[in-house]
Design a protein around this ligand. Structure first.
Ligand code: SAM
Length: 256
């Protein structure tokens, strides 16, 4: 289901576009968030835990589109910088910015959240049987766990296509960029949820195009990976992939 009413309006405002271009940390996170959220109901009285929020794009979406109360959490992103950005957008009173490692026991009461939401990050910590099972108790019965993250149309297993082999030499990439059926097998092992939707996001190509457009191979050393600029590495990988293998996978699960 393609839903892009919010993102199209958001990007038509120059100030919003500048913010988006300065904070994208992967394929357009607001676009992915909008498609993910279109599969269930979010209301303004809800409390939402956003895991791996990066610079907060999904949190901005959840507040501006629904007026929900969001806990925007990330292992590395600076909560002060995020809070200041949220202040500039006039939405800081609806968002708690904090550092949080999703792999650790969460510092919240059980059944506290209506929704756990995550865009572009879940595969980095959720590629194991424990993660989904550990998150379930923090969501109220009838609430949702909704995550969208980068994946593959089919799992490479030990058969990595030749053009992708240089990128799959990075152990983290080989570990957490997996095929949709691989994720289906993993998610099916969790008790206490009903899987409402597990599919490839329709916005994948557009979200990537919008990200590629702002990458700068000469940007320098903000992040380094194998001593190369990550922007250049990402551009090279996407060029090699050429639309053949990557997808964006979304899971929407109702907590029983
Ligand atoms: C590719 S970025 C995506 C950021 C953001 N969601 C977006 O779409 O713009 C992945 C994020 O996952 C976060 N992350 C990785 N491992 C994590 C963990 N164990 N707990 C919380 N966040 C984590 C990283 O710090 C990073 O901000």
């Amino acid at each position: 289901m393609m839903n892009n009413t919010f993102i199209d309006k958001f990007m038509s405002d120059e100030k919003n576009l500048a913010f988006l271009n300065a904070t994208m940390w992967g394929p357009n996170g607001i676009r992915q968030a909008e498609e993910l959220a279109s599969h269930f109901t979010i209301t303004k009285d809800m409390k939402i835990l956003d895991l791996g929020c990066g610079m907060g794009l999904s949190a901005v979406y959840l507040v501006q589109a629904y007026g929900a109360e969001v806990f925007a959490t990330d292992l590395y992103a600076d909560p002060t910088e995020n809070h200041e950005n949220f202040q500039a957008l006039g939405i800081a009173d609806k968002i708690v910015s904090m550092i949080l490692d999703a792999t650790q026991p969460l510092p919240f009461a059980k059944s506290y959240f209506d929704v756990i939401f995550s865009v572009g990050a879940y595969n980095m910590f959720g590629d194991n049987e424990e993660m989904l099972t550990n998150l379930i108790p923090y969501v109220k019965k009838g609430g949702y766990i909704a995550v969208a993250f980068p994946g593959l149309k089919y799992d490479f297993g030990g058969n990595v296509p030749q053009e992708m082999q240089p990128f799959w030499e990075v152990p983290e990439v080989a570990r957490y960029v997996r095929g949709i059926e691989w994720w289906r097998n993993l998610f099916n092992k969790a008790d206490g949820i009903e899987i409402i939707n597990l599919s490839e996001q329709a916005c994948h190509d557009v979200a990537w195009d919008e990200y590629i457009a702002i990458l700068d191979p000469k940007k320098g050393e903000k992040f380094t990976l194998d001593a190369e600029c990550v922007d250049k590495w990402t551009l090279d990988m996407k060029t090699a992939e050429d639309g053949k293998y990557f997808n964006t996978i979304q899971l929407i699960a109702k907590v029983l």
